[in-house]
Design a protein around this ligand. Structure first.
Ligand code: ADP
Length: 391
């Protein structure tokens, strides 16, 4: 199963996208629909609301009078919190029920207007944001949904900004043009990314990069690394002591192969094994080839790769204080402060890309460079009294 979070501002085109994916076979779970369903007439949810806010929130037919509820519940923060305390668990439980009922090989698309506001992005394998400029959205909402322009603007103003949504987006769909061009992109995303991604997650198939060519630094790497770290935090829970975006893509401006490296630091060797299943469940399968760490169990480590066919990711799980754990953190800081050394690594990466036939071979060649330079890195660390930054 693949869980996709779909969001975007009101009128941006979420329903247009989710409808298309439903036609392609996705299981769509609509948060707005659930929010209405859990307080429909006759539900325990509606009874709880009446108990808390009085029957002034019901209309003549005994259904929820939303404006009346809004008038009492949005009057002050305590009332609002009380409303959320009733609604959130009900919505959460119903959502979990619908997701659990989906087939094991489903692509589950959760349409959640307030995904960014609710900081839910790390709970999904992939977050897709549909974007349309605010002015265009107002026009569409007024023209096609009969809203007033004031109402449309007020709702847009109360939601997350484009910038906040961009930070959460693994995929940014621009819906400023004709519906057909959006749908063509949505179809392509379905076939080329979501369907294979789902199969990789379900079959525990790690995605190894096929192209290790050194490319110019991508200004998006830092944000991609941050999203990956946030996802791994959710997956690793209390097992992880710290999680860092490491490797050359963590060095601003440095050219590198387009593979994100992350290091998960755990407190003790047993945690390396304990983390395997949670990482697999989150879509990070163990690599077939695991490193040999000098036979020293105290420094056990495990290597996993992501399952997204469009975003190669390498995850190393290491024990706090292990030489390789410390050196990995040291290396990032050394490369960040010593551009000449960073250029040496670029050259080593280019040579490795030219020689290596597989990603594993490439890793070994780069590892050789890391070992050759380890003495200089340690000297630098001593000279600068380097210590890992606290997470
Ligand atoms: P959301 O679910 O994000 O609120 P919708 O998918 O319902 O947004 O789209 C809002 C309105 O704009 C709908 O009436 C929809 O038919 C229309 N719409 C969506 N995409 C386009 C587009 N590219 N051009 C014109 N109208 C569009």
């Amino acid at each position: 199963m693949l869980r996709v979070g779909l969001t975007g501002g009101i009128g941006a085109g979420k329903s247009t996208v989710s409808r298309r994916w439903a036609e392609r076979g996705a299981v769509v779970v609509d948060a707005d629909l659930i929010a209405r369903e859990v307080v429909a007439p006759g539900t325990p949810g509606l009874a709880q609301l009446v108990e808390r806010f009085g029957d002034g929130i019901l209309d003549a037919d005994g259904a929820l009078d939303r404006p009346a509820l809004a008038a009492v519940a949005f009057a002050d923060p305590a009332e609002r919190a009380a409303l959320n305390a009733v609604l959130h668990p009900l919505i959460g439980a119903r959502t979990a029920e619908l997701v659990a009922a989906a087939p094991a090989d489903a692509v589950v698309v959760q349409d959640i207007p307030l995904l960014v506001e609710g900081r839910m992005a790390p709970l999904f394998h992939l977050v897709v944001v549909v974007h349309t400029d605010a002015d265009e959205r107002v026009q569409r909402l007024v023209g096609q949904r009969g809203m007033t322009a004031e109402d449309a603007r007020a709702r847009i103003g109360a939601q997350a900004s484009d910038e906040q949504r961009r930070a959460a987006a693994d995929v940014w769909l621009d819906n400023g043009g004709a519906p057909d061009s959006l749908l063509a992109e949505v179809d392509q995303l379905w076939e080329r990314r979501l369907v294979p991604y789902e199969a990789n997650v379900r079959l525990h198939r790690p995605v190894e990069p096929t192209d290790l060519t050194v490319v110019d630094a991508d200004p998006e790497w830092a944000a991609q690394g941050a999203r990956l770290v946030a996802r791994l935090r959710v997956a690793a829970g209390l097992h992880a002591q710290r999680i860092d975006h490491v490797g050359p893509t963590a060095v601003p401006g440095l050219a590198a192969p387009d593979v994100l490296d992350v290091q998960v630091t755990v407190a003790q060797p047993d945690d390396v094994a304990a983390l395997v299943q949670p990482l697999v469940d989150a879509g990070f399968a163990p690599l077939e080839e695991q490193p040999v760490v000098g036979g020293d169990r105290a420094w056990a480590e495990a290597h996993h790769a992501g399952a997204d066919p469009d975003r190669p990711v390498h995850v190393a799980v290491r024990v706090a204080g292990a030489p390789a754990q410390r050196h990995t953190l040291l290396l990032v800081d050394w490369l960040r402060t010593e551009p000449a050394v960073a250029e040496e690594l670029v050259a080593a990466q280019r040579a490795a890309a030219a020689r290596a036939g597989t990603a594993a071979e490439h890793r070994r060649l780069v590892q050789d460079w890391i070992e050759q330079t380890a003495g200089r890195a340690r000297e630098w660390a001593e000279r600068t009294a380097w210590e890992p930054t606290t997470d």
